[in-house]
Design a binder for this molecule. Structure first.
Ligand code: MG
Ligand code: MG
Ligand code: MG
Length: 307
C-alpha cells in the first residue's frame, strides 16, 4: 500500500516541502510513498514549487485505512481526521512532541532545529541517498521560510549548514535575495479574503483543557496590514465564537523590526499578561523581539494557561 506523507493543517512551505522530500527519500529506500497536503497551498509555497518545477501534492484530510508519515507536527489538533483509524509509520518534526500515540514502535526523527527540512537533509545523509536538485531547492526555501532567513530565535547552526549544503546542490547562490523574494510573496495580501489571511498560517492547541487558536502573518513591514487590521480583529472574534474557542490570537510579525503585534480575543485576557509580562491595551499588544510562535509564543501561553 502506498503511504502518504503529510504535514499540518493550513500547510506552510516546510509542511509541503518536507512531505515531498520524505516521500522521495522513503520511495528510494523501498517504501512506496506519496506527498500530500491538508489544505490549499499558500502563495509562498506555490511560488516555491513553481520556481523548482514541482507539482502541488494531492489533498488528503482523512487517515482512515491509510499508512501515514507525519512531517512538521505531531499534535492531533493539527493532523488528519481519523488518524487512529490509519497506521502511523513515522514522524519527522522540529516542534514539541505532540499527543499522537501508536500501538507499534515507529521511526521518530525530531530535532530541536528551525525547520523539518534540516532534519530531512540529515536523514538523506544518514541513508546515503542523493538529494535531487529540485528537491534540494525547495528544502532550501523551507529553511529560509521557517527561520525567517536565519533571523528567527528557532534558527540553529544545523539549519545554516543544511541550507548552505542544499543551496549548493540546487545551484542557488544568493540566499538572502531568495529569502527577500519569498517574503515579498508572503507579504502580498491584496485581494485576499480576511478569513483566508487569518487561516493562512493558523494552528489549534489544547492548553490546559482550553481550545486556543494562534495564527501568524509574517510581513516585511507591519504598515502593509494597516488597511486590514480592524477587519482581522473582527474576524478573529467571529472565529472564536464559531469554533467555541477560549482564545484566538493573531500574530502580525514584522520581520524587519523583529517583533509582533498580537491581536487577541479571549474569555480571560489576563492570560496575556500572565504569559508575556505585558498587559494588552484593548484587543492588542506589541511583543518586542517575538517572531517565533513555536519558541516564543506557544511555550509562554502553555505556562500562562496552566497558571
Ligand atoms: Mg510548519
Ligand atoms: Mg516547520
Ligand atoms: Mg512558520
Amino acid at each position: 500500500m502506498t503511504a502518504y506523507v503529510v504535514g499540518h493543517k493550513s500547510p506552510d512551505t516546510d509542511s509541503v516541502c518536507a512531505a515531498i522530500a520524505l516521500a522521495d527519500l522513503k520511495s528510494k529506500l523501498g517504501v512506496e510513498a506519496k506527498p500530500a497536503i491538508q489544505g490549499v497551498l499558500n502563495p509562498e509555497s506555490k511560488f516555491v514549487l513553481d520556481k523548482f518545477g514541482l507539482d502541488a501534492p494531492e489533498l488528503l484530510t482523512d487517515a482512515e485505512g491509510r499508512d501515514i508519515f507525519l512531517v512538521d507536527h505531531s499534535d492531533l489538533a493539527q493532523s488528519l481526521d481519523n488518524l487512529n483509524k490509519g497506521e502511523l509509520l513515522g514522524i519527522v518534526d522540529h516542534h514539541k512532541v505532540g499527543d499522537v500515540t501508536t500501538p507499534n514502535p515507529i521511526w521518530v526523527w525530531t530535532w530541536p532545529v528551525g525547520c523539518t527540512c534540516t532534519v530531512l537533509k540529515n536523514m538523506y545523509d544518514f541513508y546515503k541517498v542523493e538529494i535531487p536538485k529540485n528537491i534540494a531547492g525547495i528544502m532550501t526555501c523551507a529553511i529560509l521560510s521557517d527561520t525567517v532567513v536565519f533571523k528567527s530565535a528557532t534558527c540553529t547552526e544545523q539549519d545554516r549548514e543544511a541550507a548552505e549544503a542544499l543551496a549548493g546542490i540546487a545551484g542557488l547562490d544568493d540566499l538572502q535575495a531568495l529569502g527577500v523574494e519569498m517574503f515579498k510573496v508572503k507579504s502580498a495580501i491584496e485581494g485576499t479574503p480576511v478569513r483566508e489571511l487569518v487561516k493562512r498560517d493558523y494552528k489549534d492547541f489544547d492548553m490546559s483543557g482550553n481550545k486556543v487558536g494562534i495564527g501568524q502573518l509574517e510581513v516585511v513591514d507591519l504598515s502593509l496590514l494597516d488597511g486590514v487590521k480592524e477587519d482581522l480583529a473582527k474576524d478573529i472574534a467571529s472565529l472564536k465564537s464559531e469554533g467555541a474557542y477560549h482564545s484566538v490570537f493573531l500574530l502580525l510579525t514584522d520581520i524587519m523590526k523583529e517583533g509582533s503585534e498580537m491581536l487577541l480575543v479571549s474569555d480571560d485576557p489576563s492570560v496575556v499578561e500572565k504569559s508575556f509580562g505585558k498587559a494588552p491595551s484593548g484587543d492588542r499588544v506589541w511583543l518586542d523581539g517575538v517572531m517565533s510562535r513555536k519558541k516564543q509564543v506557544v511555550p509562554n501561553f502553555e505556562k500562562g494557561f496552566a497558571a
